[in-house]
Write a protein that binds this ligand. Structure first.
Ligand SMILES: NC(=O)c1ccc[n+]([C@@H]2O[C@H](COP(=O)([O-])OP(=O)(O)OC[C@H]3O[C@@H](n4cnc5c(N)ncnc54)[C@H](O)[C@@H]3O)[C@@H](O)[C@H]2O)c1
Length: 318
């Protein structure tokens, strides 16, 4: 029995507790930010308002505090959204955490000072280079994992033995784990698929979406290679696997669909998705300064069109 701490009690962090509990580990979950999730997780029946299920009673909620980090864990899982990454980076540095860390968060950061794109693991390691860090990505709808639907994901670490040890700890007959050494590639693919699923969603007809799917894969390969990931990783669960699930449904492709119908981004957001977080939009805003400066629009025309339609509120014309 291992001791696991999950930081982030949103949909993904809470769903992730299910395979861990099924493997008879002692699982703690903490929530540093959202009153809604704190209320859900600390309630008697543990009804999770995003997952719409009662979480197992065995899952222990811990109030977020400094004391949490004085304990030893066999694994600490980070399941915060991208906006929580700077916060947790400074916390990890402060407490010099020695436990292995597994990051579920998807996204990229633009570091203005050095004009560089950083992956989440690079953002965390920048603050505290000694972290023992792995990333887990891939096609995983939290609601489905929470209901034990078969789900395949990929753990990346340059030291594949560490990735395999973690995989052994968390895999079940419904949560299947693959492995990769290409940490950068896995992180880039799992982030930019949010933008390409908007692009594919804009196709409206299946014929057009299919052609956008093929073009998206070519652009993802180009970007991944330029940012020092491996081209082949685009064909892994973190790339095409995650692109499929995001393009087939979800908020990014829904927004893409409105853009394809001829709405501008601002109009579609206000009229149909005012309260929804569109991760692809957030990522476009984060990385656009870098992409516009460092990339050739002829190499990644779909990405340039999407940047233009989000930043300049122009119609998405492809
Ligand atoms: N690796 C995977 O298999 C996988 C699968 C699905 C989603 N994800 C990723 O997991 C992350 C979380 O997704 P989710 O569906 O649980 O989202 P969610 O909105 O349900 O939960 C977001 C979490 O981040 C926290 N948070 C938000 N803003 C914060 C801030 N400013 N400071 C600190 N914490 C903050 C929230 O309190 C909550 O714990 C996303 O990056 C998503 O892309 C990963």
């Amino acid at each position: 029995m291992k001791k696991i701490l999950i930081i982030g009690g949103g949909a993904m962090g809470s769903a992730f507790s299910i395979p861990c509990l099924d493997n008879n580990h002692k699982v703690f979950i903490t929530e540093p930010y959202s009153q809604r999730f704190i209320k859900n997780l600390s309630s008697k029946n543990k009804f999770h308002s995003a997952l719409k299920i009662n979480l197992p009673k065995k899952l222990k909620f811990k109030k977020y505090s400094n004391e949490l980090f004085y304990e030893k864990y066999d694994l600490v899982v980070i399941a915060l959204s991208l906006t929580g990454i700077e916060f947790i980076a400074s916390e990890l540095k402060k407490f010099k955490l020695k436990s292995p860390i597994l990051v579920l968060t998807k996204g990229l950061k633009y570091e203005k000072r050095n004009k560089k794109i950083l992956t989440i693991s690079q953002t965390l390691l920048k603050n505290f280079p000694k972290l023992n860090l792995s990333v887990l990505k891939g096609p995983c709808l939290a609601k489905e994992l929470a209901r034990k639907c078969q789900t395949s994901v990929i753990i990346a670490n340059k030291n594949i033995q560490i990735a395999k040890l973690l995989g052994k700890m968390i895999s079940t007959k419904y949560y299947l784990i693959e492995y990769s050494k290409d940490v950068v590639g896995v992180e880039i693919c799992s982030a930019i698929k949010n933008i390409y699923s908007m692009i594919i969603g804009s196709g409206i007809s299946l014929n057009k979406s299919s052609s956008l799917f093929q073009k998206s894969l070519s652009e993802m390969k180009y970007i991944t290679k330029r940012l020092k990931g491996k081209e082949d990783t685009v064909l892994s669960l973190a790339g095409v696997g995650d692109l499929y699930v995001s393009a087939a449904g979800g908020r990014n492709s829904k927004m893409g669909n409105y853009l394809g119908q001829g709405f501008t981004f601002q109009k579609a957001k206000k009229k149909f998705m005012a309260n929804d977080t569109v991760e692809g939009e957030q990522l476009v805003r984060e990385i656009a300064p870098f992409i516009l400066k460092k990339f050739n629009s002829k190499k990644i025309p779909l990405m340039f069109q999407m940047i233009r339609s989000i930043l300049k509120n122009k119609k998405f014309l492809i």
